[in-house]
Design a protein around this ligand. Structure first.
Ligand SMILES: [Fe+2]
Length: 208
């Protein structure tokens, strides 16, 4: 298996780097707009849908509008629509699963890889997803020692190298099913966040 690295890009076109075999994670850093800064820390309704990428997302709006107001709902829906377009163009998927994860505790606090091909992820409220560059991971310990403190965890070769996606950045993370020549990104939910813990994360996965 080849070694892999990550890439941080400033333009959405840079997300195409994910097609390279030696890249398993691309982060598109975006300036955080005012509407994102103002999103309320409300518990959002669960959204977990599988749709064709060319389908309009307007049907989500009524589910969101009473939580974030109509203007924020519009921005949020438009943003997710744009991300879905980028994701489907990159992957040529026929179906996409979109999830709104409204989290009051870390969903996956232990470092792991996802059992899927490629995930797009964006944190709209709270602290972003954490990941480890491959050279700082000892993959022999994946799935073990998740209860240990970072300093004691043999999976983490250098604690200071744990990276965190910025708010509103768009991450593309390869999973273990991407292909036999690529290693999935080792990542986790941030174990701390603002108090009380609260995050709003949107993920997009492809489906055949
Ligand atoms: Fe994950």
């Amino acid at each position: 298996m080849n070694s892999v690295s990550y890439k941080v890009v400033e333009e959405k076109e840079g997300l195409r780097e994910i097609a390279k075999a030696d890249i398993n994670c691309v982060i598109w850093q975006r300036d955080v707009p005012e509407w994102v800064k103002q999103l309320p820390k409300a518990v959002f309704p669960a959204v977990d849908i599988c749709i064709s990428p060319d389908r309009e997302l307007d049907f989500i709006k009524p589910r969101l509008s009473r939580y974030v107001g109509s203007q924020s709902t519009l921005y949020l829906t438009e943003d997710i629509k744009a991300l879905l377009k980028i994701y489907s163009e990159l992957t040529k998927c026929r179906q996409a699963r979109i999830r709104f994860l409204s989290l009051d505790k870390p969903m996956c606090p232990g470092f792991h890889t996802d059992t899927l091909v490629l995930r797009m992820i964006c944190t709209y409220i709270g602290t972003g997803t954490e990941w480890l560059p491959d050279e700082h991971v000892d993959r022999r310990y994946l799935g073990n020692y998740q209860q240990l403190e970072d300093q004691e965890n043999p999976l983490i070769l250098d604690v200071s190298q744990i990276k965190r996606m910025p708010l509103y950045a768009v991450g593309l993370l390869k999973g273990s099913r991407y292909g036999s020549d690529t290693l999935g990104v080792v990542h986790r939910s941030p174990t701390w966040s603002s108090v009380p813990y609260y995050r709003l994360v949107v993920s997009i996965d492809g489906r055949e």
